[in-house]
Design a protein around this ligand. Sequence first.
Ligand SMILES: C[S@@+](CC[C@H](N)C(=O)[O-])C[C@H]1O[C@@H](n2cnc3c(N)ncnc32)[C@H](O)[C@@H]1O
Length: 259
Amino acid sequence: MAFDDQETPSDSGRKETAAEFLPKTTSAYGDPRYWDKRFSAEEHYEWLKEYSHFQHLIRPYISTNYSILELGCGNSRLSERLHGEGVIDVTCIDLSAIAVERMKQRLKEKGLLGIQVVEADMLDLPFESESFDIVVEKGTMDVLYVDSGDPWNPRPETVSKVMKVLKGVHKVLKPDGVFISISFGQPHFRRELFEAPCFTWSVEWKTFGEEFHYFFYTLKKGRRSSEGKQFSIDKCDVPAMSLFHDELEDEDFIFRTDI
Ligand SMILES: C[S@@+](CC[C@H](N)C(=O)[O-])C[C@H]1O[C@@H](n2cnc3c(N)ncnc32)[C@H](O)[C@@H]1O
C-alpha cells in the first residue's frame, strides 16, 4: 500500500475524499510546500483513522493531569479529542505555518484556547528535556519514509532523520513517559530504529482497523532492561535490518509496505 490518502469517515459520519489534494508523486509528502498548499485549501482530514478507531488503545495511556505533545498535527482533530478526554495540557506542533495558523483559528472558534499550537520541526523539538508525559504522532513519521528506498535497507538520510526525531522525543519525554506512534509502518520496518540500543524505552505494538491494519506502537521510556549496558544517547548504533528479515523468513506477510 502506498502512503496515500483514503476515504475516511469524518466526525459527522459523512464520507470525505481528499482526492483533490493528492500529490503527483509521494515525494511531495516530504516537501513542506506541499503541506502549506494543501492546508490552505483543506479544512479537515484525518490520516490513517480518526480517534474513535484507536480510542480503546490510547485511553489506558492518558490521564487528565498529563502533558501531551502531538507531532505534525496538520488539520487533524486528535488534539481536540485528547482535550475532550479531560487532558488540559495539550501542545501540538507542525512544520507548516499554514496548518498552525488554521489550527489556532479553529481552536479559537471552538473556545479551546488551552491547546497550544506551535510551528516547529519534529527533527528539532523546541522543548526542555523531560517536559511531556506522552508524545503522540499519527502518520507524521511515516512522511519521513517516503522515498526511503528499499524498506529493508532504508537510505542513510531516512535513518538519520528518523533517529533525530526519536532522540528528540526520548529527550522531551519524562523518565516514565510514553511515545505513541500510530503508523502505516509494519513492525519489521520500524523496530530496528525504535529499538536502537541508546533508547531506554520498551517497544510494543497493537493493530487496529478493519480492511487494512494500522499499527499502534507504544515506546515506554525507562522500561527496557539494560542487560548491564549503559544507554548512551550520543552513541547510538542502529542494529542490522537483517535480524528482522530472518525473523520473517517463514511468514506470509502480505502487506510488505515500505512505509
Ligand atoms: C500525513 S500528515 C498527518 C497529519 C495528522 N497527524 C493526522 O493524523 O491527520 C503529516 C503531517 O506532518 C507534518 N510534518 C511533516 N514534516 C514535519 C516535520 N519535520 N515536523 C513537524 N511536522 C511535520 C505535515 O505538515 C503534516 O501536517
